[in-house]
Design a protein around this ligand. Structure first.
Ligand SMILES: Nc1nc2c(ncn2[C@@H]2O[C@H](COP(=O)(O)OP(=O)(O)OP(=O)(O)O)[C@@H](O)[C@H]2O)c(=O)[nH]1
Ligand SMILES: [Mg+2]
Length: 145
């Protein structure tokens, strides 16, 4: 499952990991990509009335990737990572566009949201994707175990 701000690169990341969707467009609703992944629109993280839906659906996933745009880091709800019902890991995306200072800010914001461990990736250059794919692949029962 991917969660993160609007346009942070969640759907693009799922596609790069081979977990769907086949075609990346704006995500309009919480979407199950067959048994491969759960995609969420960034709006669900900016509107508190949607938090419960994120938390409930996270129970269906083996892992949650909390995605942060490395170029435009923003503060997330404090400690929200602790409420999710799956293993959670932070992923800073768009590292092909971001400065080191901005990447560090993104990692701070993830840490503040209660999300441990951070991968730095770019689906555009492929940096960090094999490492993240290996982490996801090592989960029991696949991504939606
Ligand atoms: N340069 C670059 N662009 C990226 C990267 N990841 C995503 N993008 C671009 O960022 C934009 C938003 O990507 P999406 O994957 O749709 O973002 P999202 O988080 O799914 O957005 P919502 O569904 O609206 O919440 C698209 O134009 C992508 O092509 C990256 O690593 N590098
Ligand atoms: Mg999307």
């Amino acid at each position: 499952m991917v969660i993160g701000p609007v346009s942070s690169g969640k759907s693009t990341l799922l596609a790069a990991l081979g977990l769907g969707p086949d075609e990346v467009r704006k995500t309009e609703a919480l979407t199950y990509n067959q048994a491969r992944s759960i995609d969420t629109p960034g709006e669900m993280l900016s509107l508190p009335r949607f938090y419960n839906a994120l938390i409930l659906n996270s129970a269906r996933a083996s892992a949650v990737l909390m995605v942060m745009d490395g170029q435009k880091p923003i503060w997330l709800p404090a400690k929200i990572g602790l409420a999710l019902k799956a293993a959670v890991v932070g992923v800073v995306t768009k590292i092909d566009l971001a400065s080191e200072a901005s990447l560090e800010k993104a990692e701070k914001a993830l840490e503040n949201s209660g999300v441990p461990g951070v991968f730095r990736v770019s689906p555009v250059t492929g940096q960090g994707i094999p490492e993240l794919r290996a982490w996801v692949g090592a989960l029991d029962g696949g991504p939606l175990g």
